[in-house]
Design a protein around this ligand. Structure first.
Ligand code: NAP
Length: 389
C-alpha cells in the first residue's frame, strides 16, 4: 500500500491548541491544528480511480473541524481525519470496472459522501462519511462515483475551476430549492423578477450569480469591500454589512431594513440566502418580502435560531434548510462553470506547505475571495493552457 503526504486534523492537536490558546479562544490558531501527515492510499478496487491532486480550495468546514466549534469530528471519527472536500486532479490509474475515466483525464470531485433514498447526502466525503479520506493530499483513491470530468473549455482558469467543486453544487442546490419553494407560492405570472439577497461568502456569491443569470435583481450583503466590488462587476448590487454593525442590535437591523426597503422600492427580498445564521438570520428575516423564502446550508455564526412564528406565518415566509447536492445535481452545476459561475479568487495562490496558513487566514476572515492551494508542482499538459502565469 503506497503512502503519500497529506494533511490531517487530530483530536490531540485540537486539545493541545486549546490548552495553548488563551481562555477566550481569540488566539486559537487553526494552522497549528492542520498538520502535515502521511496517508496510506487504499488499494485500487474495481471501480476506483487513483488521481494526483493538482489544486484544492480551502473550505470553511475545515475551520469547524479544527476548532471543533460545532462537533469534534476528529474525535467522532476515532481521533483523526484527513480533511479536504474539494479537489481538481489528474487521473493516474483506473480499476478494471471504471467506465467514465481514463489515465490523463482532469477531474473534479463532489463531496456527497453517500446518498439517502432521494440522492441527497447522509454524510459528507472527507468529513463525516465513514472511512473517507479527504483531498488535502498529494494523491487520492476514490470510487468513480465521486468524480466528474473537469470542464476545461468552460472559460475559467485552473484556479477558478478549483474554487467550485464544493461551493457551486451547494449554491446550485440552494438556488433551485429556494426558487422552487417561492414558485410554489407565487407563479411567474404574478411575479417574474425577484429580489434576491445573500450574505457574504463564496457560496452566497455563486447563489447570486445564478439569480442574476436568470434575470433577477441580486444584492450581496457583505463586510468585505473587495468582494462586493468584484460582484458589482457582475451587476450584483453591494450592501455594506459593516454599515449596520453586522446587526449587533435591533436598531442596526431596523436601519438595515430601512435601507433595503429603499433599494427594492419597498418590496424587500423574495429570496434570502443566509449561510451564516447568528445575527444574519434575524436580519434576513426582517428584510423578507411577503411569501419570501430564507435558505441556508451553513451555520458559521450559530447553530441555533429562533424566530417569531406568528410573524412568519402572517408574512407566509418559508425557512428552509439544505445541506448539499445529489451527485446528478453536482454534475448539472458543473455545466454552469464559466457561463454562470465566475468565482472571485483570493489574490494569493497558496503553496502546498502554506495550506494551514490559508485556513488560518480564512479563520480570521482576511481573504478577498475563495482561497486556492496549489498542490502539484508540475502541472500536466492538459491544463497548461488554462494555468495563469
Ligand atoms: N452544507 C454544505 O455543504 C456547505 C457547503 C459550503 C459551505 N457551507 C457552510 O456555509 C458557510 C459559508 O461558507 P462559504 O464557503 O460561503 O464561506 P466563505 O467563502 O469562507 O465565506 C465566509 C464569509 O462569512 C462572512 N463572515 C465571516 N465572519 C463574519 C461575521 N462575524 N459576521 C458576518 N459575516 C461574517 C465573510 O463575509 P464578509 O466579511 O464579507 O461579510 C466571509 O466571506 C460556512 O459555515 C460553511 O461551512 C456549507
Amino acid at each position: 500500500m503506497a503512502s503519500v503526504p497529506a494533511y490531517s486534523i487530530s483530536s490531540d492537536a485540537i486539545a493541545q491548541e486549546r490548552e495553548r490558546a488563551d481562555k477566550s479562544g481569540e488566539d486559537f490558531d487553526v494552522a497549528k491544528v492542520i498538520q502535515l501527515d502521511t496517508l496510506a492510499l487504499a488499494e485500487l478496487g474495481d471501480t476506483d480511480v487513483r488521481f494526483r491532486v493538482l489544486a484544492v480550495s480551502a473550505e470553511h468546514n475545515i475551520d469547524h473541524a479544527s476548532t471543533a466549534d460545532t462537533v469534534n469530528i476528529a474525535d467522532v471519527r476515532g481521533g483523526k481525519i484527513y480533511p479536504g472536500n474539494s479537489a481538481t486532479g489528474e487521473v493516474l490509474e483506473v480499476g478494471d470496472g471504471v467506465t467514465r475515466f481514463k489515465a490523463g483525464d482532469i477531474v473534479i470531485t463532489h463531496c456527497n459522501g453517500g446518498p439517502d433514498e432521494y440522492g441527497y447526502p447522509l454524510r459528507i466525503f472527507g468529513y463525516d462519511a465513514e472511512e473517507s479520506t479527504g483531498w488535502y493530499s498529494k494523491e487520492a483513491v476514490v470510487d468513480q462515483w465521486q468524480l466528474i470530468q473537469a470542464p476545461l473549455d468552460c472559460g475559467l482558469n485552473l484556479w477558478e475551476i478549483a474554487a467550485l467543486p464544493l461551493r457551486a453544487p451547494t449554491a446550485y442546490h440552494l438556488w433551485r430549492r429556494a426558487l422552487g419553494i417561492y414558485r410554489l407560492k407565487v407563479s411567474s405570472e404574478h411575479k417574474a423578477r425577484l429580489n434576491v439577497m445573500s450574505f457574504g461568502g463564496g457560496v452566497g456569491e455563486l447563489f447570486l450569480m445564478l439569480a442574476k443569470a436568470q434575470g433577477h435583481n441580486a444584492f450581496f450583503c457583505a463586510g468585505s469591500a473587495e468582494r462586493r466590488k468584484s460582484l458589482e462587476a457582475h451587476g450584483i448590487i453591494g450592501i455594506d454589512q459593516k454599515q449596520f454593525n453586522r446587526f449587533a442590535s435591533r436598531d442596526d437591523v431596523r436601519a438595515f431594513s430601512k435601507h433595503t426597503r429603499g433599494l427594492t422600492g419597498g418590496e424587500q427580498f423574495h429570496v434570502v440566502c443566509d449561510m451564516l445564521r447568528g445575527p444574519c438570520f434575524a436580519a434576513g428575516l426582517a428584510v423578507s418580502s411577503r411569501q419570501g423564502v430564507n435558505v441556508s446550508a451553513g451555520w458559521q455564526l450559530s447553530q441555533q435560531v429562533d424566530y417569531n412564528s406568528t410573524l412568519m406565518s402572517v408574512k407566509q415566509v418559508t425557512i428552509d434548510h439544505t445541506h448539499y447536492e445529489t451527485a446528478e445535481g453536482a454534475a448539472a452545476a458543473t455545466e454552469l462553470y464559466g457561463s454562470v459561475f465566475k468565482p472571485t479568487i483570493h489574490k494569493e495562490i497558496y503553496a502546498w506547505e502554506d495550506l494551514p496558513r490559508a485556513h488560518a487566514e480564512m479563520h480570521h476572515n482576511s481573504q478577498t475571495g475563495i482561497p486556492i492551494v496549489r498542490i502539484a508542482d508540475e502541472m500536466p499538459d492538459a491544463v497548461k493552457a488554462i494555468l495563469p502565469d
